[in-house]
Design a protein around this ligand. Structure first.
Ligand code: 5AD
Ligand code: SF4
Length: 474
């Protein structure tokens, strides 16, 4: 990003902070008159990018003077939507119907929609005609403008719609409301340039843009000073980080820099594209034990023929070879993946190739999806769409294979002592704490809540398949 763009971004941040202050004064006066706090509620659908965006939205709303509530019977309700598969859209429409009724009994309620679904023109048309009670619609590129959009809405009685197709803007230093005090997500890049033929993300999240390393490092240092010990670096394809920066920098280089921040004890990242995963990254992971022993490496399909039509730009063989390289450098790594079944034209032979890769790799776990047609993507108009019953049957077989692989993989660390980040009091038994291993598995063990946020040694006494039961090593 050049100097001029940086200045524009700073001006924009200042402008938005100013609007937040204006609204705060206005809200404080109203609260004084009515004696009632204004409340907000956010529902987040979809991936970790959306969760991170919701923290930013929450930060803006708190700055304005709203307080969070866990019901949708709130003064400001926002749905941060996902559109990666059709059922994500349907869930939003279903809940919107309910919200419309709730609004009738809640005078002054403001309903806002944002996120990936809003970047689709047909969705916005449908909301304008069928869900006219919606007050504010914005997309994935202009979250930083929320205060301004809210001010516009309060000063008029029309729906405020602000959607950007794409942007160069990365506005830094706006308020932020982290869900956990000890771990945090950090965006390192936005958008995606890969155009996998089934995927809507490049259309709704725009072109790939990397944040400046200085901005990322400053953000992480400030978080570390604030008590954060674990960070999750977020991007659609973190392995291509930095390629479009004025002074290019590799993802592995960025990891090295982050590793130097003393108080950061754990670094995670998501998602890696197999085609861009470099040997340099494997080396850095091997040498730096702050980097967690977990790699999410979406396979999507095990058939080279299907991978080519998916535009994934790797083959079955090159994926398996990559897994070998990773495992021989970092033997205790946990590998997880995403797989789609029923991609257009997928034959029984293609599916058998997917099953073969799953057997050979033995993933620790996997997210499996039935292909969902996304209008506007190349795959949506491909011939030979697979019958739903066929896809479902393959899905069931795949799930069984994945489960048997993860049962084998789990338990690998039974009877060893591992470092664990204590995250919370166990939701079912308040005598227990729940913590996370470097490889992302959970362990439950007796302990005091004062340990939450600390990294402790835990003896993994018993594997329960997807988690462990353990005891604290003093
Ligand atoms: N249908 C099914 N699954 C999809 N994904 C992305 N697009 C689709 C689609 N059209 C899956 C991919 C991706 C994950 C986030 O969602 O597996 O890795
Ligand atoms: Fe979608 Fe492919 Fe980009 Fe991932 S890499 S967001 S699957 S287009």
């Amino acid at each position: 990003m050049d100097k001029q763009t940086t200045n524009v971004n700073e001006l924009e941040a200042a402008k938005q902070l100013n609007i937040m202050n204006e609204l705060k004064v206005r809200f404080d006066q109203e609260v004084e008159k009515t004696g009632k706090q204004k409340t907000y509620h956010i529902e987040t659908f979809g991936c970790q990018m959306n969760s991170r965006d919701s923290e930013k939205i929450s930060g803006i709303l708190k700055q304005i003077g709203y307080v969070e509530t866990d019901t949708e019977d709130a003064d400001f309700v926002l749905y941060n939507t996902c559109t990666v598969r059709e059922n994500a859209n349907n869930r939003v429409y279903g809940r919107l119907g309910y919200l419309g009724k709730l609004k009738k009994s809640h005078p002054g309620m403001i309903i806002a929609l944002c996120g990936c679904m809003m970047q689709e023109a047909t969705v916005v048309e449908k909301i304008k005609t069928s869900y006219r009670f919606v007050d504010i619609i914005f997309g994935t590129h202009n979250i930083f403008k929320l205060a301004e959009l809210l001010q516009t809405r309060l000063d008029s009685d029309r729906t405020v719609i602000d959607l950007w197709k794409n942007t160069e803007f990365i506005v830094e230093n706006l308020p932020n409301d982290r869900k956990y005090s000890f771990k945090a997500g950090v965006n390192i890049m936005f958008g995606c340039n890969n155009f996998c033929s089934y995927c809507i993300v490049p259309y709704v999240r725009g072109r790939e843009r990397s944040r400046n390393p200085q901005d990322i490092l400053e953000e992480i240092k400030a978080m570390a000073d604030d008590g954060v010990v674990e960070i999750m670096l977020l991007g659609q394809n973190v392995n291509s980080y930095g390629k479009n920066l004025e002074t290019p920098m590799s993802f592995a280089g960025l990891l090295n820099e982050i590793g130097k921040i003393d108080k950061i004890e754990r670094i995670r990242f998501m998602t890696s594209h197999p085609k861009d995963l470099s040997d340099e990254l494997i080396e850095v992971m091997k040498d730096n034990d702050k980097i967690c022993r977990h790699l999410h490496l979406p396979l999507q399909s095990g058939s080279t023929r299907v991978l080519q039509i998916m535009n994934r730009r790797y083959t079955k063989e090159s994926y398996l070879a990559l897994v070998d390289r990773i495992r021989s450098a970092i033997p205790d790594i946990s590998l997880t993946t995403d797989i789609i079944v029923g991609f257009p034209g997928e034959t029984e032979e293609d599916f058998a190739e997917t099953m073969d890769v799953v057997k050979k790799v033995g993933f620790d776990s996997a997210f499996t999806f039935i292909y969902s047609k996304r209008t506007g993507t190349p795959a949506a108009t491909m011939e030979n769409q697979v019958e739903e019953t066929v896809a479902m049957e393959r899905f069931d077989r795949l799930l069984k294979e994945i489960q048997s692989g993860s049962a084998k993989a789990a338990g690998r660390d039974e009877h060893t002592v591992q470092k664990v980040l204590v995250e919370e009091i166990n939701s079912q038994n308040p005598e227990l704490l729940t913590g996370r291993l470097s490889n992302n598995l959970l362990v439950h063990f007796p302990g005091d809540k004062s340990l939450i946020g600390k990294i402790v040694d835990v003896d993994l006494q018993e594997s329960k398949g997807f988690y462990y039961m353990g005891s604290l090593v003093k």
